[in-house]
Write a protein that binds this ligand. Structure first.
Ligand code: ADP
Ligand code: MG
Length: 396
């Protein structure tokens, strides 16, 4: 059931508390990647145009014990102001008398950013006293932070239970893209998974073995699966705790209609280092002492052609250690094949999205999920607290 959005409620002139995801990387006191801030602009603009007083809430990083200037949202307010073309006021607290008077003096169309929600220890506990203090600031709660929706925190879920609420445009976009992928993918539906750990993604593997036509697996994950199938993988990074679930996945693949495709070759190295000696090895002939750090050229070509023939593709997780140029080729060829594909293309996951951005291909992908962990939990079929709390759209 689709969620009510800002289009479905009367927002005009209201004080609107908007949960955004401004958890952006900072460098030397500046925002080094503003993708997430840009993603919130359609919702903020829509509300400003309707005379709302827009009060923004976000977390940033993982501050340990209360307020920590290194995690202040000051640089975010500065960048947001540049993007909106109007100054953004920023307060140094999340709630309290200072915040209340700042909200009280807002004019219609103005934007106020509250301080990092995780500076308040009550945020992560979804503490009712914090929810009540925040609720006093607004008439309406808008959740536009899909990427934080797997957390039941005060600003991500608690407020939706006490204020009239709805989804913002970014939340709507993320839910629509993932929902259509899970319920009505265009076929053939090809899924590409990679990254570090099988245990992190085992439920995602299981779900896609039910849903996809082909499941292509690369990255360190594929080496754990190969080892579980009895192949020697040399000194490759293998997740020993993952071997049991890897065997379960292989067994499930054996009885599923989905083709599980593992790499047939790897770029192997004699050390985990950019300057290591490298060679191409067949997947069943990785020499002792060598480690697979990227999928090999035959695998990359095979994956690219399967992606090219897909009606829809979902990709999560790099094919190799793409942070080091000698081992970025497999990830690059998957990214390029997706960019060139005529099917619907969706990328999710922190490192895969970083890779797509690094290769300059982001604008050639249909949907880039900023979801990360939330997207994977959604795919697993989990109910996300920040989503379930939002009211459904009324049937027309
Ligand atoms: P995502 O954030 O896209 O979900 P993950 O966090 O699961 O992806 O995994 C990304 C990490 O996996 C990267 O840091 C990458 O270097 C690492 N990785 C991928 N392939 C290998 C490999 N063969 N050996 C070691 N590490 C790998
Ligand atoms: Mg990651």
């Amino acid at each position: 059931m689709p969620k009510k959005t800002v289009r479905d409620v009367d927002v005009a002139g209201k004080r609107v508390l908007v949960r955004v995801d401004f958890n952006v990387p900072l460098k030397d006191g500046h925002v080094s990647d503003d993708t997430r801030i840009r993603a919130s602009l359609p919702t903020i603009d829509y509300l400003r145009e309707r005379g709302c007083r827009v009060i923004l809430m976000s977390h940033l990083g993982r501050p340990k014990d209360g307020p920590d200037p290194a995690f202040s949202l000051d640089p975010v307010a500065a960048r947001l102001g540049q993007l909106l073309g109007v100054p953004v006021r920023k307060v140094n607290e999340l709630t309290g008398p200072g915040v209340e008077s700042a909200v009280g003096s807002m004019a219609p169309g103005e934007v106020l950013l509250l301080e990092n929600s995780r500076f308040d220890p009550r945020e992560k506990k979804n503490d009712p006293s914090l929810v009540a203090e925040l609720a006093r600031l607004g008439d309406l709660y808008v959740n536009d932070a899909f990427s934080a929706a797997h957390r039941a925190h005060a600003t991500t879920a608690g407020l939706a239970a006490v204020l009239p609420s709805c989804a913002g445009f970014q939340m709507e976009k993320e839910l629509e893209a993932l929902d259509s992928l899970l319920t009505a993918p265009r076929r053939p539906f090809v899924v590409v998974l990679g990254g570090a750990k099988v245990t992190d993604k085992i439920k995602v593997i299981a779900r896609f073995l039910d849903l996809a036509d082909q499941l292509l697996i690369g990255g360190a994950m594929s080496l754990t699966l190969l080892k579980a199938s009895g192949v020697s993988v040399g000194a490759s990074k293998v997740e020993e705790e993952g071997l049991v679930v890897a065997r379960e996945a292989l067994a499930k693949a054996g009885i599923s209609n989905c083709d599980l495709v593992l790499p047939r070759d790897f770029i192997v190295a004699d050390a985990f280092a950019e300057g290591a000696a490298t060679q191409v090895a067949a997947a069943d002939a990785i020499p002792d002492g060598w480690m697979g750090l990227d999928i090999g050229p035959r695998t990359a070509t095979d994956f690219a052609s399967r992606i090219g023939g897909a009606g829809e593709v979902f990709w999560n997780g790099p094919m190799g250690v793409f942070e080091m140029p000698p081992f970025a080729g497999g990830t690059r060829s998957v990214a390029e094949a997706m960019a060139a594909s005529t099917g619907i293309t969706v990328v999710g996951g922190g490192d895969s999205v970083a890779a797509v951005n690094k290769f300059g291909l982001a604008d050639k992908i249909d949907h880039i999920s900023m979801g990360g962990g939330a997207a994977l939990e959604f795919i697993e079929g989990a109910a996300l607290p920040g989503v379930v709390e939002l009211p459904d759209k009324e049937p027309v």
